[in-house]
Ligand binder design. Structure first.
Ligand SMILES: Nc1ncnc2c1ncn2[C@@H]1O[C@H](COP(=O)(O)OP(=O)(O)OP(=O)(O)O)[C@@H](O)[C@H]1O
Ligand SMILES: Nc1ncnc2c1ncn2[C@@H]1O[C@H](COP(=O)(O)OP(=O)(O)OP(=O)(O)O)[C@@H](O)[C@H]1O
Ligand SMILES: [Mg+2]
Ligand SMILES: [Mg+2]
Lengths: 254, 254
């Protein structure tokens, strides 16, 4: 049973891309076959894997316009056990181009359908908005995992995201909230602990035990298009993403 | 000559909202009449001013549908010398609703036209995307100021933003790049200094001397819906935003 996970949050800069890449890499380290899907016109995930899109590569942009082509494609392998459907900056126009199509929120679901048998985990990285790309991520996924920054505005956005998830559950009944990850935690700041406590208070068991700490190694890894395990495998960022992978695996078997 | 400034960057979490509020407050402290415009369906700016939208208040949502109403409205005063056009979460549907309209990128310009005489500075806070709200911000502004996080992915997004600005300059010839602010700088991290140096290398004099440091006081202020000057007027965050206001004023007179 392939787990298709959307890492969604309309708030910007909360670690969606960093989590998609490093959670994916941690799952791959444990032998899982992982597919990463870049669904953000800013193509940060593609950049962070170090992958360069060549002439003729199938990107999410092409596939959103021609979903039937996915059954004959092989996503690019970017690491051991990690493949990628990349995107490019032309994606920026796709939202408008596709907004007229019937079933426009379910196109990614169609794209991923023939690919599911090849992977244990498909992780989808959407942009910071509740627009058509995020709706497609929620339409394709059977779980949404929400990275939530331990900052004051985080909980306000969560309610709005939950409303959108509820609406998408009507067209995608298999969609569940898989969990909430508290990210960018600075242990030395009282504010972060207060916000983290407030998140746990409100969302209870949905919240993973693992938090992702602020760790410059994670930002450095992005700069060098490396996973955290390639850049500094003993950093607190690496340890956190390994622990998170363990929890994600465990919840799937529960 | 009213300066209408869009604080634009499609990257998430780079400090657009924090800068709109605190740069605005710093300009107001120096006696300038400031209007803040919340153009983000997530309505973070509105939340951060502490303003609650009442039944019957005119929001950016209403005004985008009925721009002619702005000539008879009085934006809400939220602080000495600071007024606000707030928004609410219904804004999320506006992008789709307005996408069919002729001149859809210039609606905010029409809204602000009759209000210009009342303010020295109008600061516009758009969402993290290059969609219709950001295009309206660029269509209404005579300057765009770009907050750029001292993190690796920042420069990649800058090129894309500059392309969008160039396209909008064809429909709004008065639009100039007013400057780039390096934000969320952690002085103790080499990565931040490297990225800051790369930004200055590439963008030269466009980059403000002032950088906005990482300062938990700024995040705390958001939590309490206070400006940084109300929350901790001696913090490094407060000093930075005052310095930035000084530079912004100076560039306007140059
Ligand atoms: N735990 C962390 N510690 C330090 N830096 C981090 C951490 N997580 C992410 N970053 C850095 O913060 C920035 C934002 O992270 P990221 O791009 O993953 O967020 P995002 O939610 O995908 O943003 P967007 O909404 O723009 O897509 C990046 O430069 C990244 O390298
Ligand atoms: N210099 C700073 N030091 C510490 N925290 C900051 C700083 N600037 C912003 N923050 C915090 O970081 C988070 C993101 O900032 P902000 O909301 O201003 O960015 P944004 O670019 O408007 O995000 P979005 O793209 O989602 O609109 C907020 O919780 C804010 O309080
Ligand atoms: Mg991202
Ligand atoms: Mg904002």
């Amino acid at each position: 049973m392939t787990r298709i996970i959307a890492l969604a949050n309309q708030k910007g800069g909360v670690g969606k891309t960093t989590t998609t890449l490093n959670l994916g890499a941690a799952l791959a380290e444990r032998g899982r076959r992982v597919l990463l899907v870049d669904l953000d016109p800013q193509s940060n995930l593609t950049t962070c894997t170090g992958h360069t899109v060549q002439e003729g590569d199938l990107t999410t942009y092409h596939l959103l316009h021609h979903p039937e082509r996915s059954s004959s494609m092989t996503p690019k392998q970017v690491r051991d056990n990690v493949s990628l459907i990349p995107t490019t900056l032309d994606m920026a126009t796709a939202e408008v181009e596709l907004s007229g199509k019937i079933g426009r929120e379910m196109i990614l679901r169609k794209i991923l359908h023939p690919l599911r048998t090849r992977y244990d985990y498909i992780l989808i990285d959407p942009p910071p908005s509740l627009g058509l790309f995020t709706l497609n991520a929620l339409g394709a996924a059977n779980e949404v995992i929400i990275p939530l920054q331990s900052h004051p505005l985080a909980l306000k956005g969560l309610g709005q995201l939950q409303l959108t998830i509820a609406l998408m559950q009507e067209v995608n009944p298999s969609l569940q909230i898989g969990g909430i990850i508290v990210t960018l935690v600075n242990r030395r700041q009282n504010l972060d602990s207060e916000v983290e406590a407030a998140i746990r208070q409100r969302a209870g068991n949905l919240v993973f035990e693992t938090v992702i700490p602020v760790n410059v190694r994670l930002a450095e890894a992005s700069a060098r298009a490396l996973t955290i395990f390639e850049h500094d495998s003993h950093s607190i960022g690496a340890l956190a993403y390994r622990d998170l992978a363990g929890e994600v695996i465990q919840r799937g078997t529960a």
